[in-house]
Design a protein around this ligand. Structure first.
Ligand SMILES: NC(=O)c1ccc[n+]([C@@H]2O[C@H](COP(=O)([O-])OP(=O)(O)OC[C@H]3O[C@@H](n4cnc5c(N)ncnc54)[C@H](O)[C@@H]3O)[C@@H](O)[C@H]2O)c1
Length: 454
């Protein structure tokens, strides 16, 4: 199938490259000429494992990028909308969705053949039919269902695992205004064999995406709230508590041979310094705002956001107990992006933590295997030394603050214990075993509890 992907960001680029790898002919469109040029040279504008190899492999036979949206639509059978949908503080910002819908409509005015448009961007329930549809109809002079198909196909990929997730989907949700659209969408995804497909309405497809993200965010904030209580009560480590919860066979079923299945979702039931990224915070806020407008306040989700926004402060409070005044003190920050394997700094807990440390006069030595370039765009060089290696980052510091679960941080026991008078480690993700450190503190653990456990 010939496909155009409108918006060449995280979702657009990964979707476009993976669909090309699966055999479709794809043209990715973006308004940013630099992004387009770089993409055509085979250099991904984002970091994702495996993306560069697949991009290079499919250029130019099955993949290309352009700024010419009109031509891309005329020359393809189906267009996927993957533009950004930020939260503007009050509601979901549909500026990009409206603009791209208008451009699609204008292009369709010039195209006699039937064309399918599908929204992949995350949009609040009702958007595809009440915003995208009328804009395309007005700009094209055509009728949805008769002259063009319209659908909604939410994306569930996780940044850091985006290529793997896209190539191995767990479910494919297809919302369509009619069966003809749904049949075209099924044809698009027929290259993924044996995957559960849900055929539904655009509005339900939109709601599935928000519900999935809101549930995962709720599990994280729930675990963080329990962790904060453990720290206040003392004598309880949240890691032990959550382990006891995970072993409930309803969460981790026991197979007849006695082995346990450990579902990935238990990783969302662990305490840490909070969720970030371009999706969870904005999607939960957008759903809350949408609920309010519909006369249905969502107090549970309000609390999910409250807990999350306070979580970076928990890390700073731990630090304060050990180093009351950080002025002039050297601190290592390990992990800058909101999670490992990505360079995405959007809503990363590292942002408030570093900003507050810098304003308090601390000297920050930061290390992240892939996100340093993005971090520099945010913080500049002022006050922060960006280190090339983990060993460099922990050299001569008073404390080490771990903020993302990079696998290489598992070397910290060896590295820190090799230092004479090792610095304090504050484990903001509780990824490391406290027993391996002489000076350890973390979320969900009261000061001194680490010592008691020895
Ligand atoms: N990032 C994720 O992990 C993820 C996962 C699932 C769903 N989503 C959703 O997918 C959507 C896109 O997210 P993203 O992270 O890829 O955004 P992004 O900001 O990385 O990319 C959006 C791209 O769209 C381009 N653009 C804007 N208007 C355009 C237009 N008129 N024509 C062509 N290009 C245009 C921008 O220049 C930008 O490159 C959002 O709705 C997001 O919520 C994101």
């Amino acid at each position: 199938m010939k496909i155009s992907v409108l918006g060449t960001g995280y979702v657009g680029l990964v979707s476009g490259v993976c669909l090309a790898e699966k055999g479709h002919h794809v043209v990715c469109v973006d308004i940013d000429p630099q992004k387009v040029e770089q993409t055509n040279q085979g250099i991904p504008v984002i970091f994702e494992n495996g993306l560069e190899a697949l991009l290079k492999k499919n250029i130019p036979d099955r993949f290309s990028a352009t700024t010419d949206l009109g031509r891309a639509i005329i020359e393809t059978d189906l267009s996927i909308i993957a533009v950004g949908t930020p939260f503007n503080g009050d509601q979901i910002d549909l500026t990009y969705i409206r603009e791209v819908s208008r451009q699609i409509g204008e292009a369709l005015r010039q195209k006699p053949a039937y064309h399918v448009v599908v929204v992949k961007s995350t949009v609040v329930p009702g958007t595809t039919e009440s915003v995208v549809l009328p804009i395309i109809e007005k700009a094209s002079g055509k009728k949805a269902g008769d002259d063009f198909g319209l659908g909604m196909n939410p994306e569930f990929l996780r940044e850091g695992m985006a290529v793997l997730d896209f190539m191995n989907p767990d479910r494919i949700v297809l919302g369509g205004v009619d069966n003809r659209t749904l049949d075209q969408l099924e044809a698009l995804y027929s290259v993924f064999e044996g995957v559960d497909i849900i055929r539904t309405t655009p509005k339900t497809a939109e709601m599935i995406k928000y519900t999935a993200n809101a549930l995962l965010a709720t599990m994280i904030s729930f675990s963080n709230e329990i962790g904060n209580l453990c720290a206040s009560l003392g004598g309880i480590d949240v890691v032990d508590v959550m382990k006891g919860v995970h072993l409930d066979k309803r969460f981790s079923p026991i197979l007849p041979d006695g082995q346990r299945i450990v579902p990935q979702f238990t990783t969302y039931l662990e305490a840490g310094c909070g969720f970030g990224g371009s999706c969870f915070p904005k999607d939960v806020k957008a759903l809350i705002a949408h609920g309010k407008r519909a006369g249905r306040p969502m107090s549970l989700l309000d609390s999910v956001i409250d807990v999350n926004e306070n979580q970076p402060q928990q890390v700073l409070e731990i630090l304060k107990r050990y180093i009351p005044d950080v002025r002039g003190r050297r601190l290592a920050i390990l992990g800058l992006a909101f999670k490992p394997e990505t360079d995405d700094m959007r809503e990363s807990p590292a942002i408030p933590i570093i900003s507050r440390l810098l304003s308090a006069g601390a000297r920050v030595q930061a290390f992240d295997p892939v996100a340093q370039t993005e971090a520099k765009k945010l913080f500049g060089d002022e006050g922060i030394i960006y280190c090339e290696t983990l060993s460099q980052a922990i050299k001569g510091v008073d404390a080490v603050i771990l903020l993302t679960r990079w696998e290489q941080f598992r070397n910290l026991p060896d590295l820190l214990n090799g230092i004479d008078g090792p610095p304090l480690l504050i484990d903001g993700r509780r990824m490391l075993d406290k027993r391996y450190f002489t000076r350890y503190a973390g979320i969900g653990l009261r000061d001194g509890d680490d010592i008691q456990s020895h």
